[in-house]
Write a protein that binds this ligand. Structure first.
Ligand SMILES: *Cc1c(COP(=O)(O)O)cnc(C)c1O
Length: 372
């Protein structure tokens, strides 16, 4: 079986270093807010060229805490994409604000900057772009719209760790950036983990205390926060992996280029690698094909692991029914959701495995002429 994402291979590559880090954290006994958390926060902030990095429990909490710290709450509207993981809009719902969706660009799959302004109302407070599949959004345009309308920007970088836009790391351009270290992300730990990046002093102060029950001084609580800290043992793992991230992202890019070669001239729509402003770090390699569901099943039967990210756009999710969106409201997102298929992608994918994936895909495509 060729897995969608090969975590065992990643462990094998770094086994000695990882085991030393795990045991050293275990032996030190400072499991909460221990030295590896501080160390990793500093190392990541330096890596991303960002003033502050705050380790939290997971990427969803990073979004939730950032929105709380930015003062977003009931009555506020937050503009985001309907074509993302549920956590993006879950965080907006959790603070009591209202998600307002804007359709995606058919080439980048990211929020379409041309459609943002028409969604702005007097209640709009913030834009929450998602750098989907590792491809940075058109941040210049998003930041310009935000500035003109006095809106804040928080970036969902769960899939784009290490990607940059015009030389700036994703997550460092808006008020805050939210990372996830879920195991399958480009920088993953051995459980849940997340991080908030910010260059803003006030944002840092608030988010840092909100992650540990909302108080600057222990047992003195100024507001309701949450309990969401990065574990020392996870930070120890992440410190080891951070030094490999750049190289791993390059390996993903090389694998994407190989797919582009192997799948050229087929009735498959291939993802963009980005441009001179911003390259994708290919968290996922997602193609569009007709007969997607049949292909997914056949590929699985023939030993190729694929997945659909994401089958139902968020405006059509049951949890959002009170927002009263209808099928057809975001036609690009809906069409992409019906046709998208993510192929095996990781720094450890071998050229031989990729050849099998391409060959199996091509052999099982719908005959030309029957596409809908
Ligand atoms: C993974 C992911 C999240 C949530 O991260 P967790 O660490 O799983 O909570 C948020 N947004 C996007 C786009 C993601 O892919």
């Amino acid at each position: 079986m060729i897995p969608l994402c090969d975590l065992k291979q990643q462990y094998t590559e770094l086994q000695a270093e990882l085991e030393a880090a795990l045991l050293s954290s275990a032996a030190a006994g400072q499991y909460i807010m221990g030295p590896n958390v501080r160390g990793f926060e500093q190392e990541f902030a330096a890596y991303a060229d960002c003033k502050y990095a705050i380790g939290v429990g997971n990427g969803t909490d990073a979004l939730h805490i950032s929105l709380l710290a930015a003062g977003i709450g009931p009555g506020d509207e937050v503009i985001t994409t309907p074509f993302t993981f549920i956590a993006t809009c879950e965080a907006i719902n959790l603070v009591g604000a209202t998600p307002v969706f804007v359709d995606i660009d058919p080439v980048t799959f990211n929020i379409d900057p041309d459609k943002i302004e028409e969604a702005i109302t007097p209640r709009t407070k913030l834009i929450l772009p998602v750098h989907l599949y590792g491809l940075p959004c058109e941040m210049d345009r998003i930041l310009a719209i935000a500035e003109q309308h006095h809106l804040k920007v928080i970036e969902d970088c769960a899939q784009s760790v290490g990607a940059s836009y015009k030389g700036k790391q994703t997550g460092t351009m808006g008020l805050a950036g939210c990372l996830s270290f879920f195991p399958s992300k480009n920088l993953g730990c051995m459980g849940d983990g997340g991080m908030i990046l910010t260059n803003d002093d006030e944002m840092y102060e608030r988010a840092e205390m909100l992650r540990r029950h909302g108080g600057k001084v222990k047992y003195h609580h100024t507001e309701n926060g949450v309990n969401s800290r990065l574990d020392d043992i996870q930070a120890a793992v992440l410190r080891v992996k951070l030094s490999h991230l750049e190289q791993w992202n390059q390996r993903r890019q090389a694998a994407a280029a190989k797919y582009a070669e192997g799948l050229a001239d087929q009735p498959i729509s291939l993802p963009t690698a980005g441009n001179s402003d911003a390259l994708s770090v290919f968290h996922q390699y997602t193609v569009l094909v007709d007969g997607r569901d049949r292909l997914l099943k056949v590929l699985g039967e023939q030993g190729v692991g694929t997945a659909v990210y994401y089958p139902i756009p968020l405006h059509l999710q049951e949890v959002n029914r009170s927002l009263n969106y209808q099928p057809g409201d975001f036609p690009v997102s809906e069409r992409v959701a019906d046709r998208c298929l993510s192929l095996p992608m990781s720094p450890h994918l071998t050229p031989e495995q990729q050849e099998v994936v391409c060959h199996t895909m091509i052999a099982n495509l719908e005959p030309v002429g029957t596409q809908g």
